[in-house]
Design a protein around this ligand. Structure first.
Ligand code: ADP
Length: 255
Protein backbone atom coordinates (compact mmCIF):
# COMPACT_ATOMS: atom_id res chain seq x y z
CA UNK A 1 0.00 0.00 0.00
CA UNK A 2 0.88 3.67 -0.15
CA UNK A 3 2.14 3.91 3.41
CA UNK A 4 4.87 1.37 2.69
CA UNK A 5 5.97 3.05 -0.52
CA UNK A 6 6.29 6.50 1.04
CA UNK A 7 7.53 5.61 4.48
CA UNK A 8 10.55 4.23 6.27
CA UNK A 9 10.65 0.44 6.07
CA UNK A 10 12.91 -1.84 8.10
CA UNK A 11 12.95 -5.47 7.02
CA UNK A 12 14.56 -8.31 8.99
CA UNK A 13 17.08 -5.98 10.59
CA UNK A 14 19.71 -7.65 12.79
CA UNK A 15 22.19 -5.67 14.84
CA UNK A 16 24.40 -7.32 17.46
CA UNK A 17 26.91 -5.85 19.89
CA UNK A 18 29.45 -8.59 20.43
CA UNK A 19 27.28 -11.67 20.80
CA UNK A 20 24.18 -9.80 21.98
CA UNK A 21 21.48 -9.17 19.41
CA UNK A 22 20.07 -5.76 20.33
CA UNK A 23 17.80 -6.03 17.27
CA UNK A 24 16.92 -9.52 16.20
CA UNK A 25 15.00 -9.67 12.94
CA UNK A 26 13.01 -6.46 13.19
CA UNK A 27 10.43 -5.59 10.54
CA UNK A 28 8.70 -2.24 10.89
CA UNK A 29 7.03 0.37 8.66
CA UNK A 30 6.74 4.03 9.61
CA UNK A 31 4.18 5.94 7.56
CA UNK A 32 4.46 9.58 6.48
CA UNK A 33 2.46 12.10 8.48
CA UNK A 34 1.70 9.68 11.31
CA UNK A 35 2.86 9.44 14.91
CA UNK A 36 4.38 6.01 15.43
CA UNK A 37 5.13 5.03 19.01
CA UNK A 38 7.88 2.59 19.95
CA UNK A 39 7.67 1.15 23.45
CA UNK A 40 9.08 -1.82 25.32
CA UNK A 41 11.08 -2.60 28.46
CA UNK A 42 14.62 -1.40 29.03
CA UNK A 43 17.02 -3.15 26.69
CA UNK A 44 14.32 -4.17 24.20
CA UNK A 45 16.06 -2.31 21.38
CA UNK A 46 14.14 0.97 21.09
CA UNK A 47 17.12 3.31 21.04
CA UNK A 48 19.12 0.94 18.86
CA UNK A 49 16.24 0.95 16.33
CA UNK A 50 16.28 4.74 16.31
CA UNK A 51 20.06 4.68 15.88
CA UNK A 52 19.79 2.31 12.92
CA UNK A 53 17.21 4.52 11.18
CA UNK A 54 19.24 7.68 11.83
CA UNK A 55 22.35 6.01 10.41
CA UNK A 56 24.28 5.92 13.66
CA UNK A 57 24.61 2.13 13.48
CA UNK A 58 24.92 -0.02 10.40
CA UNK A 59 22.88 -3.23 10.74
CA UNK A 60 24.64 -6.55 10.10
CA UNK A 61 21.76 -7.71 7.92
CA UNK A 62 18.35 -6.66 6.71
CA UNK A 63 17.07 -3.84 4.56
CA UNK A 64 16.33 -0.21 5.37
CA UNK A 65 14.38 1.76 2.80
CA UNK A 66 12.91 5.23 2.52
CA UNK A 67 10.14 5.86 0.00
CA UNK A 68 11.04 2.59 -1.72
CA UNK A 69 14.76 3.34 -2.13
CA UNK A 70 17.57 1.94 0.04
CA UNK A 71 18.94 4.42 2.57
CA UNK A 72 22.65 4.84 2.02
CA UNK A 73 25.00 3.86 4.83
CA UNK A 74 26.66 6.68 6.63
CA UNK A 75 26.81 9.08 9.50
CA UNK A 76 23.54 10.53 10.84
CA UNK A 77 24.17 13.82 9.06
CA UNK A 78 23.85 12.02 5.76
CA UNK A 79 20.28 11.16 6.67
CA UNK A 80 19.28 14.82 6.89
CA UNK A 81 19.24 15.41 3.11
CA UNK A 82 17.01 12.34 2.91
CA UNK A 83 14.56 14.08 5.20
CA UNK A 84 15.25 12.24 8.46
CA UNK A 85 16.12 14.27 11.56
CA UNK A 86 16.41 13.17 15.18
CA UNK A 87 16.66 14.33 18.76
CA UNK A 88 18.79 12.84 21.53
CA UNK A 89 17.86 11.66 25.03
CA UNK A 90 20.27 14.22 26.41
CA UNK A 91 19.73 17.54 24.60
CA UNK A 92 22.94 18.54 22.79
CA UNK A 93 22.90 22.25 23.49
CA UNK A 94 25.68 24.83 23.32
CA UNK A 95 25.14 26.78 26.53
CA UNK A 96 27.07 29.93 25.56
CA UNK A 97 25.16 30.32 22.29
CA UNK A 98 21.71 31.86 22.01
CA UNK A 99 18.60 29.75 21.68
CA UNK A 100 18.24 30.91 18.06
CA UNK A 101 21.88 30.07 17.26
CA UNK A 102 21.41 26.63 18.75
CA UNK A 103 18.55 26.02 16.35
CA UNK A 104 20.56 27.37 13.40
CA UNK A 105 23.38 24.94 14.08
CA UNK A 106 20.95 22.15 14.91
CA UNK A 107 21.90 20.19 11.84
CA UNK A 108 25.56 20.40 12.79
CA UNK A 109 25.13 18.18 15.82
CA UNK A 110 23.07 15.75 13.81
CA UNK A 111 26.42 14.43 12.65
CA UNK A 112 29.22 16.26 14.45
CA UNK A 113 30.01 18.04 11.21
CA UNK A 114 31.14 21.62 10.93
CA UNK A 115 28.66 24.46 10.63
CA UNK A 116 29.76 25.07 7.05
CA UNK A 117 29.34 21.42 6.16
CA UNK A 118 25.88 21.49 7.66
CA UNK A 119 24.94 24.54 5.62
CA UNK A 120 26.16 22.82 2.48
CA UNK A 121 23.99 19.83 3.24
CA UNK A 122 20.89 21.81 4.03
CA UNK A 123 18.27 22.21 1.31
CA UNK A 124 19.40 24.87 -1.15
CA UNK A 125 16.96 27.47 0.14
CA UNK A 126 18.58 27.22 3.58
CA UNK A 127 22.12 27.90 2.43
CA UNK A 128 21.52 31.57 2.60
CA UNK A 129 22.03 32.58 6.24
CA UNK A 130 18.98 34.86 6.30
CA UNK A 131 16.83 31.96 5.14
CA UNK A 132 18.36 29.67 7.76
CA UNK A 133 17.69 32.32 10.42
CA UNK A 134 14.07 32.51 9.29
CA UNK A 135 13.74 28.72 9.35
CA UNK A 136 15.17 28.75 12.89
CA UNK A 137 12.61 31.37 13.95
CA UNK A 138 9.85 29.24 12.41
CA UNK A 139 11.07 26.20 14.32
CA UNK A 140 11.17 28.15 17.61
CA UNK A 141 7.66 29.41 16.92
CA UNK A 142 6.46 25.85 16.37
CA UNK A 143 7.80 24.68 19.74
CA UNK A 144 6.67 27.81 21.60
CA UNK A 145 10.11 29.26 22.38
CA UNK A 146 10.03 32.42 20.24
CA UNK A 147 10.16 34.70 23.28
CA UNK A 148 13.49 33.12 24.31
CA UNK A 149 15.20 33.31 20.88
CA UNK A 150 17.91 35.71 22.07
CA UNK A 151 18.43 34.19 25.53
CA UNK A 152 21.57 32.20 26.28
CA UNK A 153 20.69 28.54 26.03
CA UNK A 154 22.21 27.77 29.44
CA UNK A 155 19.52 29.96 30.99
CA UNK A 156 16.75 27.60 29.89
CA UNK A 157 14.91 25.23 32.17
CA UNK A 158 14.99 21.49 31.56
CA UNK A 159 11.61 21.41 29.82
CA UNK A 160 12.60 24.34 27.58
CA UNK A 161 15.79 22.49 26.59
CA UNK A 162 13.67 19.50 25.56
CA UNK A 163 11.57 21.71 23.27
CA UNK A 164 14.72 23.43 21.96
CA UNK A 165 16.11 20.00 21.07
CA UNK A 166 13.02 19.39 18.94
CA UNK A 167 13.33 22.81 17.27
CA UNK A 168 16.92 21.92 16.30
CA UNK A 169 15.60 18.95 14.36
CA UNK A 170 12.57 20.78 12.93
CA UNK A 171 14.78 23.44 11.35
CA UNK A 172 15.77 20.78 8.80
CA UNK A 173 12.07 20.55 7.81
CA UNK A 174 12.31 16.77 7.97
CA UNK A 175 9.91 14.37 6.30
CA UNK A 176 10.54 12.12 9.31
CA UNK A 177 11.43 13.09 12.85
CA UNK A 178 12.85 10.56 15.32
CA UNK A 179 12.27 11.53 18.97
CA UNK A 180 14.31 9.71 21.64
CA UNK A 181 12.44 9.93 24.97
CA UNK A 182 11.38 13.57 24.58
CA UNK A 183 9.20 13.42 27.72
CA UNK A 184 12.03 12.40 30.07
CA UNK A 185 12.00 14.61 33.15
CA UNK A 186 8.93 16.60 32.10
CA UNK A 187 5.99 17.38 34.39
CA UNK A 188 2.47 16.27 33.48
CA UNK A 189 1.44 19.62 31.97
CA UNK A 190 4.67 19.78 29.95
CA UNK A 191 4.05 16.26 28.65
CA UNK A 192 0.59 17.37 27.54
CA UNK A 193 2.17 20.32 25.66
CA UNK A 194 4.71 17.96 24.13
CA UNK A 195 1.91 15.71 22.93
CA UNK A 196 0.18 18.67 21.29
CA UNK A 197 3.42 19.69 19.61
CA UNK A 198 3.99 16.19 18.24
CA UNK A 199 0.44 16.06 16.87
CA UNK A 200 0.99 19.51 15.33
CA UNK A 201 4.18 18.33 13.65
CA UNK A 202 2.51 15.23 12.19
CA UNK A 203 -0.52 17.22 11.00
CA UNK A 204 1.90 19.25 8.90
CA UNK A 205 3.00 16.07 7.17
CA UNK A 206 6.07 14.98 9.12
CA UNK A 207 6.11 11.33 10.17
CA UNK A 208 7.20 10.98 13.80
CA UNK A 209 8.84 7.97 15.43
CA UNK A 210 8.36 8.40 19.17
CA UNK A 211 10.55 6.32 21.51
CA UNK A 212 9.09 6.89 24.93
CA UNK A 213 8.73 5.38 28.40
CA UNK A 214 5.51 7.26 29.14
CA UNK A 215 2.91 4.75 27.95
CA UNK A 216 0.12 7.28 28.57
CA UNK A 217 1.65 9.73 26.10
CA UNK A 218 2.15 6.96 23.55
CA UNK A 219 -1.42 5.72 23.77
CA UNK A 220 -2.86 9.26 23.78
CA UNK A 221 -1.22 10.64 20.67
CA UNK A 222 0.00 7.80 18.45
CA UNK A 223 -1.68 6.63 15.26
CA UNK A 224 0.30 3.41 15.41
CA UNK A 225 2.18 1.64 18.20
CA UNK A 226 4.90 -1.00 18.03
CA UNK A 227 5.90 -2.85 21.18
CA UNK A 228 9.40 -4.32 21.21
CA UNK A 229 10.71 -7.16 23.31
CA UNK A 230 14.22 -8.64 22.99
CA UNK A 231 14.81 -6.78 19.74
CA UNK A 232 11.66 -8.11 18.08
CA UNK A 233 8.10 -6.92 17.56
CA UNK A 234 5.84 -8.19 20.34
CA UNK A 235 2.76 -6.27 19.19
CA UNK A 236 2.00 -3.79 16.42
CA UNK A 237 -1.13 -1.87 15.47
CA UNK A 238 -3.39 0.99 16.48
CA UNK A 239 -3.31 1.96 20.17
CA UNK A 240 -6.66 0.19 20.59
CA UNK A 241 -5.33 -3.00 18.98
CA UNK A 242 -2.13 -2.97 21.02
CA UNK A 243 -4.04 -2.33 24.26
CA UNK A 244 -5.93 -5.58 23.69
CA UNK A 245 -2.76 -7.62 23.28
CA UNK A 246 -2.54 -9.94 26.29
CA UNK A 247 1.23 -9.99 26.75
CA UNK A 248 1.41 -6.22 26.36
CA UNK A 249 -1.25 -5.68 28.96
CA UNK A 250 0.42 -7.95 31.49
CA UNK A 251 3.96 -6.72 30.84
CA UNK A 252 3.55 -2.96 30.34
CA UNK A 253 0.08 -1.74 31.10
CA UNK A 254 -0.37 -3.29 34.51
CA UNK A 255 -3.45 -5.25 33.46
P1 ADP B 1 16.13 0.30 24.90
O1 ADP B 1 16.31 1.60 24.19
O2 ADP B 1 14.86 -0.39 24.54
O3 ADP B 1 16.30 0.42 26.38
P2 ADP B 1 18.64 -0.38 23.67
O4 ADP B 1 18.38 -0.27 22.22
O5 ADP B 1 19.32 0.76 24.34
O6 ADP B 1 17.26 -0.72 24.41
O7 ADP B 1 19.49 -1.69 23.97
C1 ADP B 1 19.18 -2.97 23.42
C2 ADP B 1 20.27 -3.95 23.82
O8 ADP B 1 21.46 -3.61 23.15
C3 ADP B 1 20.60 -3.95 25.30
O9 ADP B 1 20.93 -5.27 25.67
C4 ADP B 1 21.81 -3.05 25.38
O10 ADP B 1 22.61 -3.38 26.49
C5 ADP B 1 22.50 -3.35 24.07
N1 ADP B 1 23.27 -2.20 23.56
C6 ADP B 1 22.76 -1.03 23.10
N2 ADP B 1 23.73 -0.22 22.65
C7 ADP B 1 24.90 -0.89 22.85
C8 ADP B 1 26.28 -0.59 22.60
N3 ADP B 1 26.66 0.58 22.05
N4 ADP B 1 27.21 -1.52 22.94
C9 ADP B 1 26.83 -2.69 23.48
N5 ADP B 1 25.56 -3.04 23.73
C10 ADP B 1 24.61 -2.16 23.43
Amino acid sequence: GKRHEDGIVLRDIVLAFGGVRAIDGLTLAIAPGQVHGLIGPNGSGKTTTLNVISGYYEPQSGALRLAGAPLPAGRPLLRAPHGIARTYQTPRIIGEASVLENVMIGGTLQGHASFVETLLRLPRHHRDEAALRQAAHDALQAVGLSALADARADRLQHSELRFLEIARALVLRPAFLLLDEPAAGLAAEEIRQLGELIRHISRHGTGVLLVEHHADLIFDICDHVTVLNLGRVLADGTPAQVREHKEVVSAYLGG
